[in-house]
Ligand binder design. Structure first.
Ligand code: C5P
Length: 406
């Protein structure tokens, strides 16, 4: 039996959130893969989904207090025997108690005695997630080596929506199992990801910009963090919530982005940002006035430096090991297909991997999903990723990069 198919002893800690009902699917994913799962809900979580459901699906009795089955010393035994602990949904209260080392129910005792990987899948209202108290608890748990997923963005329990939705059970299972099987092949690696789109100013209030939201770059950063990397995100005008497990550098212009990324000795650089190709030759220091009835202004543009190519040139001249990934937005035309243009771009940019978006339809910018072609310089990969969440695309990109890092 290979290491990755070894049956595991998994503790599934369930917090008191409405997303508990989705954790039944997570439990099924684990049991159907042959793993032995003990469910430890907090006492309040049983208000959402009762013991009968967990017992029937796991095949084990369910206890949630330290006062149950005392002779069996479950508060020590369960944590010590675990290969993996997954906490879903991880509520604000549960994250707080875990960060503070509380031991006031069975689950928090298990968290204190477990020596295996622990993965938290938070779910709560946006305000609770963004509250500095919660963010500080998350930072503490991450510093101590636990994986705390960033919650997904979307519809919450009421009419509200925003960051706070529990990640999909299949995503949680994938991240959690990777921690045990050491498929987190980015452990110890530093990766830099540019996200968003640069702006080139005409005057103090006007700029030339583009429609990139930064969502694909954010998904790449989240997946890299979950695979064990130390992640730096260089965010160009990103309005979205940035991943909390990463170092963030905010930039606006192409020149600022260039200054932030060129010279990095990170193991991997992913240029997911839409960088302006042209910038105004002059930037007016004062707001340009419009003259009614006068001539329309003509704006003279100059090429911006090609940062991706600069990164490749520097790496090669310094003889460093570094995987460099570019993104390309292409449309098919009379000169060739999207794939033809992508290939030509890979040859001219000389990066290791190019991720090509077909932007012919209006199906990329600001969307939750993406469809890409991933091509690698050494022809080791040519993968079409059919329309899927930006996380799925991010996983496919990292699979390709991981092969090159080996
Ligand atoms: O040349 P094009 O803009 O299509 O190439 C896209 C790729 O090149 C992206 O990875 C983008 O981040 C990068 N790029 C760059 N510097 C520029 C323009 C694009 O690094 N000035």
């Amino acid at each position: 039996m290979s290491e990755s198919s070894r049956p595991l002893h998994i503790v599934l800690g369930v917090g008191a959130g409405i997303a508990a009902y989705k954790v039944a699917s997570l439990l099924r994913i684990f049991t159907e893969a042959g793993h032995d799962v003990v469910v430890v809900p907090t006492p309040s979580a049983l208000n959402f989904v009762g013991s009968a459901t967990w017992e029937a699906l796991s095949g084990h009795p369910v206890i949630s207090e330290v006062w149950d089955n005392v002779s069996d010393v479950p508060h020590v035994r369960i944590g010590k025997a675990a290969d993996l602990v997954v906490v879903a949904p991880a509520t604000a209260d549960l994250l707080s108690r875990a960060a503070n080392g509380a031991a006031n129910d069975l689950l928090t005792n298990v968290l204190l005695t477990a020596t295996c990987p622990i993965v938290y899948a938070p779910a709560m209202h946006t305000e609770m997630w963004l509250n500095p108290a919660t963010q500080a608890n998350v930072a503490t748990l991450r510093e101590r080596g636990s994986i705390v997923l960033d919650p997904a963005v979307g519809r919450l329990t009421g009419d509200d929506s925003g960051p706070g939705r529990m990640n999909e059970p299949s995503d949680i299972a994938q991240v959690a199992l990777a921690q045990v099987h050491r498929t987190n092949e980015l452990a110890g690696k530093h990766v830099v990801i540019t996200a968003g789109g640069t702006r080139e100013y005409l005057d103090p209030v006007r700029f030339l910009g583009n429609r990139s939201s930064g969502k694909q770059g954010i998904a790449l950063a989240q997946v890299a963090y979950e695979r064990g990397a130390h992640v730096t995100v260089i965010a160009a005008n990103v309005a979205e919530q940035l991943p909390s497990g990463c170092t963030v550098i905010r930039v606006e212009t192409t020149a600022e982005l260039e200054a932030a990324v060129v010279g990095t000795t990170a193991d991997v650089v992913i240029m997911a940002a839409a960088v302006a190709d042209y910038a105004p030759v002059t930037i007016s220091e004062t707001k340009m006035k419009k003259s009614d009835g006068g001539q329309s202004p003509v704006i003279e543009l100059k090429r911006t430096p090609d940062i991706l190519r600069e990164l490749v040139t520097r790496r090669d001249s310094e003889g460093r090991e570094q995987v460099i990934v570019g993104f390309a937005a292409e449309t098919g035309d009379s000169q060739g297909t999207v794939s033809d243009h992508g290939r030509a771009k890979l040859a001219s940019k000389k990066c290791d991997v190019l991720v090509i978006n077909d932007v012919s339809g209006d199906n990329v910018f600001g969307q939750e999903t993406n469809e890409v072609l991933i091509i690698a310089k050494d022809s080791s990969t040519e993968q079409h990723v059919a329309r899927a969440s930006k996380r799925v695309v991010a996983n496919a990109v990292w699979d390709t990069v991981a092969k090159l890092l080996q």
